[in-house]
Design a protein around this ligand. Structure first.
Ligand code: ATP
Length: 575
């Protein structure tokens, strides 16, 4: 019995289960179901790729699958942390993982990859700014008039030229305005908010944090996944290098005591996943009275039905300054209209909206290919493609955690060096997997949607959608793991007409908007599933290209400053 057969004997229904699961979920908006961050406080113990089937639970062999309630349990699972899960009174053993500290040497802090051949093409992208009295865009870092230390750090990070989202967002944030910004994946949104906030903090003369049981950060940044918030923290640490500003990161899957120890040493910029943040606030280690900046990265995800209620709780926490008294910033590559409307509750009514290119559009530096592949041929096709790719770094996205384990195991058996990341793996394993992928030890990373957003990994040349996601937004984020910062990349998607037809129409639109070839068979499927007045089952108005306030806006190429909206924009009342 070969290893693959052995796997199938032990988990005979693994493959079909995954497919069933995926099919069952089709047709529903899976916003809220898709795997994202799950900050539950208990620890999972897994096999080579983490999760074990629930049926093994309690087998007494130490190989226990700590059930997380299946897909769709995200809210509950991370709530359990906020409600005391971390203290170990829910399920499973207490989390003891303490992530290794990041390297402290300057070379590591400022390590970066090169911008690509298409970096300058960013300047040709149309930018739309809506809202009243938008400050003009800046063309250079010098125009931003940042302090010397920040300028030094920018130079050490290898930034010489602003990206469009930076040209527009930096002056808006420096002017103290609230902002909702939408720009393509990999185009520098993180620095677009970090730099002006740090500049503000420096200008306000932030004093060095000192040890205190209750810390009161000036800035809170939230993001939907642990790895992403850690990445944002590393960027914050890089740009604040040599200043008094202390950034701290806290996220689920790690020991709570460790998070607390990081915080009490001083905290000006708190980077957090929502579950851990609420937990720490509940434990009175963080006070909110000094919060001047609240940033929601991947804001559409942070406001959707998965995280939205917790974000609302956050802004209504005792001490949290009202929206009039804080500056709130939202960034994403996608912004469905209905989520834009929800965002109004968080933002001042005169917030500005910046759209670089088409809201929700795919990055044009990614060459997209769609292949018609039925579910039973997918594995063979995957192996064929990976063998052709060789050692180039490739992310393979699948729809379920079980499938991620299954495909990763399968590829290893095929002698393709593979690791995996998904929400049923322990945090230690997730970080190890990402590390092995980053350094090239494992050039293939099989992932669920937990890795779809925000992750900025050097040299990811290929993304393969083994399973297409259920929403086109998720597709845009996934393929955005390649083709970053002006570099080129390739995305190959397996389209199974049995389960993916609902996506055909929006996929055709995304492909054609990004000037990609659209296969005739895909157009045919899109046509045959045509829904008049297409709202799409998955994403409100799929191709929203404007601020939903419908204010008049101005179109600019990124090199020129915007004029302002002449008319009142609020024809819809949110407050
Ligand atoms: N002005 C710049 N010059 C050079 N490199 C830059 C510049 N701005 C950002 N970068 C680099 O580009 C990469 C992508 O940036 P970032 O991760 O902020 O993209 P993003 O827009 O947030 O993407 P996503 O939508 O996937 O979250 C990072 O490695 C970042 O350091």
């Amino acid at each position: 019995v070969g290893p693959r057969n052995l796997f199938l004997i032990i988990f005979p229904e693994a493959y079909n289960d995954c497919e069933d699961n995926q099919t069952r979920n089709r047709g529903f908006s899976k916003r809220g179901d898709n795997e994202c961050e799950q900050d539950e406080g208990t620890q999972r113990i897994g096999g080579p790729f983490g999760s074990k089937r629930p049926t093994l639970s309690g087998s007494g062999n130490g190989d226990i699958y700590q059930s997380r309630g299946g897909s769709g349990s995200r809210r509950d699972s991370w709530k359990s942390e906020a409600e005391g899960g971390e203290s170990g009174d829910t399920q499973g053993p207490k989390v003891t993982y303490i992530p290794p500290p990041p390297p402290e040497d300057e070379d590591s802090i400022f390590a970066h990859y090169q911008t690509g051949i298409n970096f300058d093409k960013y300047d040709t992208i149309l930018v739309e700014v809506s809202g009243h009295d938008a400050p003009p865009a800046i063309l250079t870092f010098e125009e931003a008039n940042l302090c010397q230390t920040l300028n030094k750090n920018i130079a050490k990070a290898g930034y010489t030229k602003l990206t469009p989202v930076q040209k527009y967002s930096i002056p808006i944030i420096l002017a103290g305005r609230d902002l909702m910004a939408c720009a393509q994946t990999g185009s520098g949104k993180t620095a677009a908010f970090l730099l002006p906030i740090l500049a503000h903090m420096m200008r306000d003369g932030i004093t060095a944090s000192r040890f205190k049981e209750l810390q009161e950060p000036e800035c809170i940044i939230v993001a939907p996944t642990r790895e992403l918030i850690n990445q944002i923290y590393l960027e914050a640490r890089k740009f604040s290098f040599g200043t008094c500003v202390r950034a701290v990161v806290i996220y689920g899957g790690t020991q709570l005591g460790h998070s607390i120890r990081q915080i009490v040493q001083g905290c000006n910029v708190l980077c957090a996943t929502p579950g851990r943040l609420m937990d720490i606030i509940g434990k009175e280690k963080i006070g909110l009275r000094q919060v001047k900046y609240l940033i929601l990265d991947e804001a559409d995800r942070m406001l959707d039905m998965g995280f939205g209620p917790e974000m609302k709780k956050l802004i209504s926490c005792p001490g949290m300054p009202s929206k009039e008294q804080r500056q709130t910033l939202m960034f994403s590559a996608t912004f469905p209209e209905e989520i834009q409307r929800l965002a109004g509750e968080f933002l001042k009514s005169n917030y500005l909206f910046v759209a670089v290119g088409q809201v929700g559009g795919a990055c044009r530096d990614v060459q997209q290919t769609t292949l018609q592949v039925g579910q039973y041929s997918k594995r063979e096709k995957l192996v064929e493609i990976l063998r052709n790719i060789g050692d180039e770094r490739t992310m393979v996205f699948v729809e379920t955690k079980k499938k991620a384990d299954f495909i990763a195991t399968f590829l290893c058996q095929e002698k393709i060096s593979t690791t995996s990341i998904h929400g049923d793996r322990e945090q230690r394993e997730r970080e190890q997997a990402l590390g092995d992928f980053r350094c090239g030890k494992c050039p293939v990373l099989v992932a669920t949607s937990v890795a779809a957003r925000g992750l900025d990994i050097e040299n990811v040349q290929h993304v393969i959608n083994f399973d297409l996601p259920s929403t086109i937004d998720e597709y845009v984020h996934r393929i955005g793991r390649t083709g970053r910062c002006g570099n080129t990349g390739r995305a190959i998607s397996f389209f199974d007409p049995e389960s993916d037809s609902h996506l055909a129409q929006s996929l055709v639109k995304v492909l054609s908007d990004a000037q990609q070839d659209v296969p005739a068979w895909l157009e045919e499927i899109a046509f045959s599933t045509f829904v008049p007045g297409f709202g799409g089952s998955t994403r409100g108005n799929v191709f929203a290209s404007v601020d939903t306030r419908k204010g008049k806006s101005t179109l600019n190429t990124a090199g020129f400053s915007s004029s302002q909206t002449p008319n009142p924009v609020d024809d819809e009342s949110w407050d």
